[in-house]
Each structure stands twice: as structure tokens, then as C-alpha cells.
Design a protein. Structure first.
Length: 174
């Protein structure tokens, strides 16, 4: 025979299927790793406390770490009247397992009212996370990817979904 021998159709098919199964295995490993990282971030519990009078000078955000490892650099996120998200830095560098801390965000800044939206923190692996107070959902912050690739329709109305989506993007960029 002259030239190259290309093999048979079953040999080609088995090599193609082997490559596909390897790719699927790597995809499953990466998906499980991301799920474990997200589950650690979901174990951080937050809530906003109110004073006896609703017109107090501070909004108190409570943070409790129920994860197995400490969280670092906890910051409060608040929304201004113009829709921009601000960051209020805390003095506590680390929240250990089963510890609780509170952040006091001024209710009024520059003469306008602020609304507490969530917290931003870093986990022990170095990933930065944002946790929303109202939905208790967590978003992983990334400098390379600003948008959210997994658009999930959490509510039925399109207008509310757009509002949720825009707030989620603003929290990621904060």
C-alpha cells in the first residue's frame, strides 16, 4: 500500500468518544469544585437589625460565620439614592468559625438616605463573594468576568427580573 492508512471507522469512533468522555469528566470535576466553594460562601449568615425607632442614625448588619473556615475583610454594601453601590469597611480583619460581628452603616450619607444591600467578604481560598441581604444569594466577584453567565429567572415578571439583574450587576462591581 502506498500512502497513509487512516484506520477504520470503529477506531475513529472510539477515539472520538474517549475524548468526549474525558472532557465531560473534567467538566464535572470543575462543576463540583465550584459548587463546594459556593456552599462554603452560603454558610455565611447575614441580617439587618432595626432599632426600636426606625429613624436611627445607623443600619446594623449582623454577620455570622457558620462555615468551617474563617472569612476575611468583611465590608458592608449600601445603595445610595442615585443607585450607586458604596462600600463601608469594617475594622474586623477576620471572622472565625461560629463567630458573629456587626457592621454599622450610617443611615444618611451626604444628606441622602442609604439602603443596606449586603456584604462583601473574602473566603479562605482568596475568592471574593457578595451576599445579598434581601435574597440571601451569593455571587462570586471576578475581575475578569463582570457579567453573570448563568441568568436564572427567579421571579415571574420581566420588570422585576430586570431590576434584580441590574442590582446583581451593581453588587458584583462594588
Amino acid at each position: 500500500m502506498s500512502g497513509l492508512e487512516w484506520g477504520t471507522v470503529p477506531a475513529w469512533l472510539s477515539s472520538f468518544l474517549t475524548g468526549g468522555s474525558l472532557l465531560m469528566g473534567f467538566h464535572i470535576l470543575l462543576r463540583d469544585r465550584k459548587k463546594e466553594e459556593r456552599n462554603e460562601a452560603l454558610k455565611v449568615v447575614i441580617w439587618a437589625g432595626r432599632d426600636a425607632n426606625d429613624e436611627g442614625s445607623f443600619i446594623r448588619i449582623h454577620v455570622r460565620n457558620t462555615a468551617d473556615r474563617p472569612i476575611l475583610y468583611v465590608d458592608a454594601l449600601y445603595e445610595r439614592v442615585d443607585g450607586s453601590i458604596g462600600r463601608w469597611h469594617s475594622d474586623v480583619p477576620m471572622v472565625l468559625k461560629d463567630e458573629e460581628m456587626s457592621l454599622e452603616v450610617p443611615r444618611y450619607m451626604d444628606g441622602s438616605r442609604t439602603i443596606a444591600r449586603g456584604i462583601s467578604f473574602q473566603d479562605s481560598d482568596g475568592f471574593r463573594w457578595v451576599k445579598d441581604i434581601s435574597s440571601h444569594d451569593v455571587y462570586r466577584q471576578s475581575w475578569l468576568r463582570r457579567g453573570d453567565p448563568t441568568a436564572r429567572l427567579l421571579v415571574s415578571s420581566i420588570g422585576t427580573f430586570r431590576m434584580y439583574r441590574s442590582r446583581k450587576k451593581r453588587l458584583r462591581r462594588a
